[in-house]
Ligand binder design. Structure first.
Ligand SMILES: Cc1cc2nc3c(=O)[nH]c(=O)nc-3n(C[C@H](O)[C@H](O)[C@H](O)COP(=O)(O)O)c2cc1C
Length: 387
């Protein structure tokens, strides 16, 4: 009841949302139509990560989501914005270095290709890796989903304007207060404040002073600081480390209008994550297990469970030798696919948040119900000390 009654600005923005919970989008294999539908139809906001979806496949995807979710609940589709400056520079390095550049970096993982029977990819056609954001977002706006969530940048003003004209709600992801202000300035409807605890890629897009460490603010400070910095009208959604009802209640207490939950849904029955990935998150043999930020798999900093591949590339990573995103991603996709199929957790990215040792398996609707009931229990537990 607590989550239903919570006076969230998110529910004002999305009147059909029953509880202020967002199932975090997953770019790559973990997103499925079934997972989005299970979450949206249980009263939360299901999200589909469409970063790897070709522009031409976006309309059919949204049609499938619409059919599975129905008219009485909202759902979101997520895109990575135009790749950040650094990433563009990485593509520039690939193009100016040509096949030799690619081969040099492929040589670093030659043993891994061999281990998994994978073939290093050839130089990409036209030097282009991945899909073009402008084409993806055009297709997505035309497909008219209830919500579009963006990560890795600020969507162009024309995109936000067109979304507003069509009645599409927009979310943007910030890992610092400065990024939240940039998103607010651009006219975004709601801000996901993503702490360093979050599983998957860091969404950082604003360059920091090169002599200071990369942003590492936790959800615990980022949420209240973003809340204090942006207009009172904008909903702030806490992401990162919300794997238990107690954490959800804590995030709301810190001023969040809702929570975005990722890792707890990666292990749901409906998620498309590889079985070996789910098993690694759910493995309880090491209570001291930790997660780490690594660039080994994609060239972009992301949080996952450390494994052999991340360890093997650690030295190259700290020495700044790895190519950045999307080049390293392009180089490791073939071996990650083979490792996933072989069920070998040492060659696969195992994205997982810092609180990943606390999640439990189950159907997405059961996981949500555990959150709803658990928040009630946690709130009652605290309330008994009030008088
Ligand atoms: C496997 C995986 C893939 C993810 N892919 C995306 C993505 O494509 N876009 C995005 O905005 N967030 C992505 N995220 C972040 C989640 O949506 C969510 O914000 C995050 O997992 C919340 O932190 P938690 O894992 O501690 O719950 C991903 C997270 C994981 C675990």
């Amino acid at each position: 009841m607590f989550l239903q009654r919570y006076p969230s600005r998110l529910k004002q923005l999305l009147p059909k949302l029953r509880i202020p919970v967002v199932q975090g989008p997953f770019g790559g294999g973990a997103s499925t139509v079934e997972l989005v539908a299970a979450c949206s139809n249980s009263g939360a906001l299901g999200s589909y990560g469409a970063h790897y979806v070709a522009p031409g496949d976006i309309a059919p995807l949204v049609a499938q989501l619409r059919a599975a979710v129905g008219p009485d609940a909202p759902f979101a589709v997520n895109l990575w914005c135009h790749i950040a400056h650094d990433d563009r520079a990485n593509l520039g390095a690939l193009n100016s270095g040509g096949p030799e550049y690619l081969e040099k970096h492929a040589a670093r993982v030659a043993e891994h290709y061999k281990k998994y029977g994978a073939v290093p990819p050839g130089f990409p056609d036209g030097g282009i890796v991945g899909h073009r954001f402008d084409e993806q977002v055009k297709a997505l706006l035309e497909a008219n989903p209830p919500v579009i969530s963006f990560v890795m940048g600020v969507p162009p003003p024309a995109v936000i304007e067109e979304a507003r004209r069509r009645g599409i709600v927009t979310f943007g992801c910030a890992t610092t207060v400065a990024e939240a202000l940039a998103l607010e300035h651009a006219g975004i409807d709601a801000i996901v404040a993503s702490g360093v605890e979050a599983g998957g890629h860091r969404g950082t897009f604003l360059k920091t002073d090169p002599n200071t460490p990369v942003p590492d603010e936790t959800t615990f400070t980022l949420v209240p600081r973003v809340r204090a910095a942006v207009s009172k009208k904008i909903p702030v959604i806490a992401a990162g480390g919300v794997s238990t009802p107690e954490a959800a209640l804590a995030a709301l207490t810190l001023g969040a209008d809702g929570v975005q939950i990722g890792t707890a849904f990666v292990v749901s029955d409906e998620s498309g994550a590889a079985p070996v990935h789910k098993a690694a998150i759910l493995d309880r043999t090491d209570p001291a297990r930790r997660s780490c930020l690594t660039r080994a798999f994609t060239g972009r900093s992301a949080r996952g469970i450390p494994n052999q591949f991340a360890k093997d590339l650690y030295e190259a990573e700290v020495n700044g030798e790895l190519p950045g995103y999307p080049v390293q991603n392009y180089l490791t996709v073939p071996l990650r696919k083979k490792a996933g199929r072989a069920g070998d957790k040492d060659g696969l990215l195992l994205w997982c948040g810092q609180a990943g040792t606390l999640v439990q398996r189950g159907k997405a609707a059961e996981i949500l119900k555990r959150f709803e009931d658990g928040v009630d229990e946690a709130a009652k537990g605290i309330a008994k000390f009030a008088n």
